[in-house]
Ligand binder design. Sequence first.
Ligand code: OSB
Ligand code: MG
Length: 374
Amino acid sequence: MKIESITLREIQKRLKSPFETSFGTSHDRRILLVEVVADGVTGWGEVTAGETPGYNAETTETAWHVLCDFLAPASIGKEIGSATDFPALVGHIRGHEMAKSGLENALWDAEAQLRGVPLSNLLGGTLQEIACGVSLGIRETPQSLVRRVEEELQSGYQRIKLKIKPDKDLEYVAAVRKTFPDIRLSVDANSAYRLQDAEHLRKLDQFNLLMMEQPLNWDDIYAHSQLQAQVQTAICLDECIHNARHALTAIELKACRIINIKLGRVGGHAEAREVQGVCRERGIPVWCGGMLETGIGRAHNIAMSTLPGFTLPGDVSASKRYWEEDIIEPEVEVTSRGTIRVPTGVGLGYAVRRDRIERLTVRRNVWSAQLTAV
Ligand code: OSB
Ligand code: MG
């Protein structure tokens, strides 16, 4: 595959409603889309960095910088055997996984089209339908949260995840659990607690949660191992895991019993598959996280979720929960059983709405192999 051109653009798009986590509120998204042409075929990827460095160190702006000044120049005009060769091409650039993932995943889409297969097949996925859960932001009152949970359950979602932070935790979880005693329920703290809060976090054990996600520091696997020894609820790591080596460390240290995989956080499909493999060999269930993606990122998440290690419902849900109108067609829809049917068309399996993307674009940069020495 020759990387013939790369188009990077920023689109701006408002979420239907603000999404509050322990690190801040997201409403007006600034999203980078990567379009590559390889051997005459166009592939799309999405950079899942946030507008602020509240979830991880990357932002829309750092990803723009790293893509423009390092990743695109290192890739343009290069010949690679397959998208799996991309990490080696940019291995001299440390970190910036979300920026890398946007470009690598676009290459995966292109490769799947060149081979005439759905992306899920190219990745080695086996599922034809994936299980879906939802992630609910922090609300003003426990009552309003309970109402939201009820709506999502009526739509069929198989697992409800509640965002929590200190003072917006036990009361909220208690209200939801009391109203829905049997649902699959979990919480996500996005690193809002410290190991000294272990006694407080142990109070979550009474609610029979599927997991508590990333309670402690974003870069502290060791502290999570200390906490896991003190709570019954399974810890799931999100922010801490950037690659398969981190996953191995966390599993060996017994820092978690579940891992959430996000394509952006681990640098793209190749590393995501490695993380999945490490977990699968050791009996650690994984599931696909979400980063408030447009349909392009969502389509990549659906393809990844078909791999055999993905045995828990992910945070991959319908386009209409986030957007008035998505940038793919058809939009991602969820069945009444709380599943998404994996598309069977080649590549992403959804058509990219270029007209809509054009209207939303606020800046762009283009690299072309003809103008660049190989
Ligand atoms: O921790 O999973 C997270 C959104 C932004 C940043 C971090 C997280 C989230 C979510 C939303 O939980 C998941 C979704 O896209 O629905
Ligand atoms: Mg999380």
